[in-house]
Design a protein around this ligand. Structure first.
Ligand SMILES: Cc1ncc(COP(=O)(O)O)c(C=O)c1O
Length: 341
């Protein structure tokens, strides 16, 4: 397989059109058999449900080249399950889990020339998504849907090392109690855009969202779950019904317990206890863990002892272990790695 002539280690996190994508349509009461296509565009009714009432959901996962030259994906079954939960919440038809995994494999195989080589730090980002495609003018679910998967090579998240982030406690809410914060719906991201643009404008890297009901508990950022390390090396992650169940965070909790022998706790985390933690990180597919050095709560600076220069030691161990599993350097728990054959 000849790889594309791409400067892998200088890729950013952007869209590069690859050769093939998977498309399946839902009509009547069934998904069609679906197929790969070279057409990267979509023609839609001007009144499509997605355009009028934002009936759209998505997923994000990656394919990696391992140290022995295989191409693998990481826990795609969990992306399929989360997408099913997202679909049901927005009255969309679920795309069957086995077909979701098969389609991921098909798309990666068809774009093998775009899968970055081992050691480049780059990966292939895979984006499954689904949207209401038939016309809808009264507020109701569409009758027809399209499911697609495209992929795009993305660069190493940390160029020149993982620099700790500076967050602010955000005055806008991300998710309402009993709302859609726990699913991956486009609407959750549209409403976060103003908050992130203004955070950047004010010199912050990300927003720390709080629970909308009491504004006393830590939720997540616009695109990652929190993970804290106590001064006694206990791994703590916020428990909330209104955050997205991050696959990376769930995997890191297992890694902490089973590989590193650390105690883990999933519980409510109050803003008032932030100053007690030794380390803080953001976990998600994009970066695995991004270290957080400081949170600013309305002018009050909360600095984690791990500082603004580098990743804290426990965060680094977690990062090294999970990326070791993903890249084939460490033995994975059963079922975590799907080899693309
Ligand atoms: C709001 C939000 N939280 C958390 C995550 C991290 O989830 P995962 O680890 O499954 O990528 C993401 C990214 O998918 C996200 O968009």
């Amino acid at each position: 397989m000849n790889k594309k002539d791409i400067d892998w280690s200088n890729l950013g996190f952007g869209y590069i059109e690859t050769e093939k994508r998977f498309v399946s349509n839902f009509k009547g009461d069934a998904w069609d058999s679906g197929a790969l296509t070279t057409d990267a565009t979509i023609a839609l009714s001007e009144c499509a449900g997605v355009l009028q009432y934002a009936q759209t959901i998505f997923e994000g996962l990656k394919a990696y080249t391992t140290n022995d030259g295989h191409i693998v994906t990481f826990r795609p079954d969990l992306n399929a399950e989360r997408m099913e939960a997202s679909a049901l919440r927005l009255e969309m038809p679920a795309f069957p889990k086995d077909r979701f995994i098969d389609a991921v494999v098909e798309v990666v195989k068809a774009n093998e020339a775009f899968v970055p080589p081992y050691g480049s730090g780059a990966t292939l980002y895979i984006r499954p998504y689904m949207f209401g495609s038939s016309p809808v003018i009264g507020v109701k679910p569409a009758q027809e849907y399209q499911f697609r998967i495209f992929c795009t090579p993305v660069g190493p998240y940390f160029k020149g090392g993982a620099k700790p982030l500076k967050l602010r406690v955000c005055d806008l809410d991300r998710a309402a109690p009993h709302g859609t914060g726990n699913i991956k719906a486009g609407l959750n991201y549209a409403m976060s855009l103003h908050a992130i643009v203004s955070a950047h404008h004010e010199g912050f890297d990300e927003n720390m969202y709080l629970d909308a009901a009491t504004r006393t508990k830590v939720e997540e950022t616009g695109g990652a779950n929190f993970l804290f390390v106590t001064k006694d090396n206990v791994i703590v992650t916020p428990k909330s019904p209104t955050i997205l169940p991050s696959i990376t965070r769930r995997s890191l909790m297992t890694v902490a317990k089973d590989y590193l022998g650390l105690k883990v706790e999933e519980r409510e985390v109050h803003v008032s206890e932030l100053a007690d933690f030794a380390e803080c990180g953001l976990c998600g597919t994009a970066a695995v863990i991004s270290p957080v050095g400081m949170v600013v709560d309305h002018g009050k600076e909360i600095k984690f002892p791990s500082g603004m220069a580098e990743m804290g030691p426990v965060t680094k161990q977690l990062y090294d272990t999970l990326t070791g599993i993903q890249m084939g350097r460490l033995k994975a728990p059963d079922g975590w790695i799907k080899v693309i054959k």
